[in-house]
Ligand binder design. Structure first.
Ligand SMILES: Nc1nc2c(ncn2[C@@H]2O[C@H](COP(=O)(O)OP(=O)(O)OP(=O)(O)O)[C@@H](O)[C@H]2O)c(=O)[nH]1
Ligand SMILES: Nc1nc2c(ncn2[C@@H]2O[C@H](COP(=O)(O)OP(=O)(O)OP(=O)(O)O)[C@@H](O)[C@H]2O)c(=O)[nH]1
Length: 438
């Protein structure tokens, strides 16, 4: 199921980034984090009262060359209307309604999305009645807040969450492998979808907007059911998106959540870009299995070392995803396209693998005997007992004497030992430490 999306819009300087940072500060802790993951400042996963959602600061999006502030605002709002489930319209509560606020409001009327007006910079609660004038913008909710101090944000989040769509039911069987192709614009995602399906079911064209509605493509291959998630979303939807590469991250985020396996598509001709790293990082954090698919391999001038060199570059850039296998393909010539689905099926199996408690404890016990944890001021990290608590991704709970004694490098060692014993090819793994009450 994909998470609800909340977009923050508003004219410059009203405090969008400050609010974003505050809400992103409530970010749920990632159990297993690795160095080297970079995040966009404009996307965050947040949570309120047990409901998770994505937050986008549209003000932070770069829409390319634009002199007019109004154009920038229009683009923000268009994107918010298209992508968000709830729109958070930030105004400066101390300035009163400005003409730019009215313009934003006018643009927002056209959508049927719930809009919540956050009257920001009300640092002193005594002034909260002054925000009533913002009701003239025509929206049901006007909430006085101070992003700097955090006052009012709880009330605002309550209203936001109350407008989230109901959780949808998962439409596919447990044994269907949900796959998404993620990557920057123009790396060849649509072409790969076509190549994988072996027919021109999705229209490929260098022009934007050739496919419109979000469409999943279910199919069967060698007795296994698959669904390619949001094949239509792979295409850009309107002119506004042409210039925003960062937008590709949002597309990726939405399909990642609905997927078991992510094909991280990289343009072999152009090489690895910073944006690739961010997109891959989201797949990793979401706990999806992943495969690097280097496309356009036909267009690369090669000698006998080119492939190994490219592999090494991937390993250097994506150190947090050492587990992900790499395929070099061409959607154009169909080179190695037939290897994609068998590999998808293999990593999906690993992603869903369960290890019995006794075997798990044996492996960890042996590993700790072979290389005991370093002692920290006379105290040593000990694992009493461990068990796998979930799959997709495989998640292990280790009951330990003191979680503080666990060094990152030692946990990495334990993870590698698990991988040596069980493979877990293509899947991230989570290790959660719990203090054992003795
Ligand atoms: N007093 C007060 N100042 C605030 C509050 N929130 C933001 N500010 C200030 O308002 C200014 C603009 O804040 P930003 O968060 O950068 O505003 P923005 O809407 O993201 O601005 P753009 O990036 O230009 O669109 C900064 O100087 C903030 O410190 C608040 O709750 N109270
Ligand atoms: N040489 C070569 N060109 C390719 C290959 N795959 C795709 N292309 C070209 O790359 C361009 C982009 O391909 P698309 O499949 O539209 O890329 P996309 O990632 O879906 O692009 P967006 O919809 O912009 O996200 C097109 O001009 C394709 O013809 C390939 O394997 N080799």
């Amino acid at each position: 199921m994909s998470l609800p999306v909340v977009a923050i819009v508003g004219r410059p300087n009203v405090g969008k980034s400050t609010m974003f940072n505050r809400l992103a500060g409530e970010r749920i802790a990632i159990v297993e984090d690795k160095p080297g993951i970079t995040r966009d400042r404009i996307y965050s996963r947040s949570e309120w009262n047990g409901r998770e959602f994505h937050l986008i600061d549209t003000g932070g999006l770069d829409f390319g060359e634009q002199d007019e502030i109004l154009d920038h605002i229009k683009n923000q709002v268009e994107l918010a209307i298209e992508e968000a489930d709830v729109i958070l319209f930030v105004v400066d509560g101390r300035d009163g309604v400005t003409s730019a606020d009215e313009e934003v409001a006018r643009l927002l009327y056209r959508s049927n999305k719930p809009v919540i007006v956050a009257a920001n910079k009300i640092d002193n609660i005594k002034h909260k009645d002054e925000v009533y004038e913002f009701y003239q913008l025509g929206f049901e909710h006007v909430i006085p807040i101070s992003s700097i101090h955090g006052t009012g944000t709880g009330d605002m989040l309550d209203v936001l969450v109350s407008h989230f769509p109901d959780k949808e039911e998962e439409a596919y069987d447990e044994d269907t492998i949900r796959v998404s192709l993620i990557g920057r614009p123009n790396v060849g995602k649509s072409s790969l979808v076509n190549a994988i399906l072996g027919e021109q079911r999705v229209i490929v064209s260098p022009v934007a907007g050739t496919t419109r509605d979000a469409i999943d493509t279910p199919f069967e291959y060698e007795g296994q059911k698959y669904v390619l998630v949001d094949t239509a979303g792979i295409r850009k939807r309107g002119k506004v998106y042409e210039s925003i590469e960062k937008y590709s991250v949002l597309r990726a985020l939405k399909s990642i959540e609905r997927s078991d396996v992510c094909l991280v598509v990289i343009d072999g001709e152009q090489g690895i870009a910073e944006q690739d790293k961010k997109i891959a990082g989201y797949a990793h954090e979401a706990g999806c299995a992943a495969i690097f698919v280097v496309n356009k391999w036909d267009a690369v001038e090669k000698d006998d070392k080119t492939l190994d060199r490219f592999k090494q570059k991937i390993r250097d850039h994506f150190q947090f995803m050492e587990y992900a296998p790499i395929l070099f393909v061409s959607a154009k010539t169909k080179q190695r396209i037939h290897q994609i689905l068998p590999l998808v099926s293999e990593v999906a199996e690993q992603h869903a693998m369960r290890i019995s408690t006794s075997v798990l404890n044996q492996v960890l016990h042996d590993a700790m005997l072979r290389t005991p944890p370093p002692s920290d001021r006379g105290r040593r990290f000990r694992v009493q007992y461990s068990t796998q608590v979930s799959v997709k991704p495989p998640t292990f709970v280790l009951f330990v004497n003191d979680p503080e004694l666990a060094h990152f490098s030692y946990l990495r060692y334990l993870e590698n030992q698990l991988r040596n014993s069980f493979s877990f090819k293509g899947t991230p793994m989570r290790i959660v430490l719990r203090k054992k009450n003795s």
